[in-house]
Design a binder for this molecule. Structure first.
Ligand code: ATP
Length: 249
C-alpha cells in the first residue's frame, strides 16, 4: 500500500527524516513511535506529500506520488484521508458543512453529497449533531467529525497525526475504537503517529520506531486491545490507592 524508498527531508540544515525506506501493507494498522523531534509527523506528512521529500520516492497504492504533477497528485490524494491532533475543523461551519467541504473539494456528485455526509456522520455516531458547530462539541466528538470528513471520499489510506493526544484516556479509547472499526469495516489502511506507547500497543499490528530521523526498527506485534478505563471518581481513588502512594486516613 505504501512504499517509501530512501526518503529524506531537511528543514534548513536540520535533517528531520534521513533515508527512510519502509513498506506498509494493505489493511495494516501501522504505528510510528519515537521521542519528540524524532521525525514522526514529518515522515507521516511525506506519505501524502504534504512534505515534499528532498530525495527518495513515495509510492502509495501503486502510484509514485513523487512523479505526479499537481493535478494528478490532487486526484490521488482523494484516496488518502488525514486526521490531526487538534482536529482542524472549520469553526464557523456546521458539522454537516465541515464534512461536506471535503466532498465539494473532490467534486463528488452534488446530488449525492447530502446522503454521503449523513452516512459518514452516522458511522461515527454523530448524525444528530449535523447542525451544531465545532465549539458545541467535546474533543472526542470533534475528532469523530474529523474522521467522518476524512472518510467521506472513501479513502483507502488514513493518516493519523497524534489523533488522541488532546484527549483523556476514555475518549482516547473511544477514538481508537472508531479507527479500528474504520479499518475492519472498510478495509482502510491506517498509519498512526503517536508518542503514547499504550495507543500504539492497543490497535497496531506493525510498528516503526524512529530515532533522530532514522528508522530504528520495524516490528510486528499482537494488538493488545482497547482498554476502557472507568471514569467515575471512585475508580480514580481506587487506582491511586492501589499504587500504594496514598491512603484514606
Ligand atoms: N516546517 C518545519 N520547519 C522547520 N523545522 C521543522 C518543520 N517541521 C518539523 N521541523 C523540525 O523537524 C524535527 C522533526 O519534527 P517532527 O514534528 O517530524 O517530529 P516528531 O517526532 O513528530 O515530534 P513531536 O512528537 O514533538 O511532534 C523537529 O526538530 C522539528 O522542529
Amino acid at each position: 500500500m505504501i512504499n517509501l524508498h530512501n526518503v529524506s527531508k531537511s528543514f534548513s540544515e536540520f535533517r528531520a527524516v534521513q533515508s527512510v525506506s519502509l513498506s506498509i501493507g494493505e489493511k495494516e494498522i501501522h504505528g510510528i513511535i519515537g521521542a519528540s523531534g524524532a521525525g514522526k509527523s514529518t515522515l507521516l506528512r511525506l506519505m501524502n506529500l504534504l512534505e515534499i521529500p528532498d530525495t527518495g520516492e513515495v509510492e502509495v497504492n501503486g502510484r509514485l506520488l513523487t512523479r505526479l504533477n499537481g493535478k494528478e497528485l490532487r486526484e490521488e490524494r482523494k484516496s488518502i484521508g488525514m486526521i490531526f491532533q487538534h482536529f482542524n475543523l472549520v469553526a464557523n461551519k456546521t458539522i454537516y458543512e465541515n464534512v461536506a467541504v471535503s466532498l465539494k473539494l473532490a467534486k463528488y456528485p452534488r446530488k449525492k453529497r447530502r446522503e454521503r455526509v449523513l452516512e459518514c456522520l452516522q458511522f461515527v455516531g454523530l448524525a444528530s449533531y449535523a447542525d451544531k458547530y465545532p465549539a458545541q462539541l467535546s474533543g472526542g466528538q470533534k475528532q469523530r467529525v474529523a474522521i467522518a470528513r476524512a472518510l467521506a471520499n472513501n479513502p483507502q489510506l488514513l493518516l493519523c497525526d497524534e489523533p488522541t493526544s488532546s484527549l483523556d484516556p476514555n475518549t482516547t479509547a473511544e477514538i481508537l475504537g472508531v479507527l479500528r472499526d474504520v479499518n475492519r469495516t472498510f478495509g482502510v489502511t491506517i498509519v498512526i503517529v503517536s508518542h503514547e506507547m499504550d495507543v500504539i500497543k492497543s490497535i497496531c499490528n506493525r510498528v516503526t520506531v524512529l530515532a533522530d530521523g532514522k528508522l530504528y526498527e520495524t516490528l510486528t506485534i499482537e494488538p493488545k486491545g482497547i482498554r476502557i478505563i472507568d471514569g467515575d471518581p471512585e475508580s480514580f481513588v481506587k487506582q491511586l490507592t492501589e499504587d500504594g502512594e496514598l491512603n484514606n486516613a
